[in-house]
Design a protein around this ligand. Sequence first.
Ligand SMILES: [Zn+2]
Length: 289
Amino acid sequence: MNVAESTYRPICTLLEGARLYRELQMRVRAARLFERSYTFYALHALCVFAAMAIIGYFLLVTKTTILFSVFAMALALCLSQLGGYMHDAAHMMVLKTKVMNDVVGMTCASLAFMNYNAWKIKHSAHHAHPNQEGEDPDIEIPLFSFTRTRYLSKIGLARLLRRYQAYIYFPLTFLLAYSFQFKNNIEYFVRQLRRGLCPSISGEMLLYGGGFFLWYVLPFLVFDLSKALLFITIVPMTLGLYIASVFAPNHKGMPVLDRNTRLSFLEHQIITSRNIAHNWSSVFGNPSA
Ligand SMILES: [Zn+2]
């Protein structure tokens, strides 16, 4: 469990933090660390889409359940890479303009049965206030408590399970993809529809429906029932485990700030995030998560 950080004392003032951040940004730009690598994304995407096509073929022809399960897991890992492109596009890292990045983000999100705008709102809130109570949606996980206050406030099933949260962490990551694919998006659409139906929301819903068809209807049309059920279980479970393993290490165990804490942007980012060493396992992950 992290420690509630009402005791955290800022190291620098907001003004000083802003000055240091500007200075750091200039040094990073001068070192050309913000430059996009079009070749990387082109080759990466080529490999991922080729792998998806090959895995798709083997899923169709394989006769054994074990092999089918292994291929479904491999497909989930490829699918996770679409989530990575969506993430990077939202950070303007893939292409030059916002419109082009949004097209990439929206396409990848739809292929992965997600809504780009719903995810972007949530992810922007996370980056603006990482690990801050009441501000960072990524730490609002019903069955987990990252602070003592949250731990003590649990009721019902969450109260029963709270002392075992370390043990149920990995099993629950299996549900993460369902939450990403259904909960966040449906909540977003409900919020939007309350304001009225407009063409852009209709288009987003259509794309979202396309993703649902791809991952939750098509399997029942191309596989027999048992394989289809296996597919819609294994793919999200693998995806959830992978996503949690990529995102959680960045912030897990780092300070959680209470909702009244006000820090400069730079200090907030630094104290709530961990440096992830670059190695073979981070090649498919995303250190900026
Ligand atoms: Zn991000």
